[in-house]
Structure formats: C-alpha cells, structure tokens
Design a protein around this ligand. Structure first.
Ligand code: FES
Length: 74
C-alpha cells in the first residue's frame, strides 16, 4: 500500500512502494523511503523537498476535514 500525506506547511510525504516517474516516464532513483516531494516550489532538488520550505516560511494548510481549524481543501 502506498500512502501520500500532505504535511502542514511542508512537503508531500510518500510511503510505500510508489514509483515516481518524470514526464518521459523514466523513474527517479529513490535511495530511501519514505520520501518527500516539494510542494512549495523552492527546492533546489526538485521534485524532492530539500527543506527550503522552512527557510522561506511556506504556509499551506489545506485540511481534508473542513472545520478542523485549517483552510479546507477545494
Ligand atoms: S516543500 Fe520542502 S522545499 Fe519545497
């Protein structure tokens, strides 16, 4: 099973045996799991998160459950 989790104001966490392909269908080498995908757009190691979201103050909190105190997903 693969789990994809949106982290609060951070990257997308991918757990499980998912394959990550580029636009040509070629797989990325993923040395360890879980892995994190950049959601802020500022990583210098895209598509992977390099921690830059913390330095730039990236804010995003789209909650799956409305009323959880965060902005609801659309
Ligand atoms: S989400 Fe971490 S660098 Fe973009």
């Amino acid at each position: 099973m693969t789990t994809i989790q949106i982290t609060k104001s951070g990257p997308i966490k991918v757990e499980g045996d998912a394959q990550l392909l580029d636009w040509n269908g070629a797989p990325y080498s993923i040395p360890k799991r879980p892995f994190w995908l950049c959601r802020c757009g500022a990583s210098t190691n895209k598509p992977f998160c390099d921690g830059t979201h913390s330095k730039i103050g990236f804010q995003a909190a789209e909650a799956a459950v409305p009323g959880s105190g965060d902005k609801p997903a659309r």
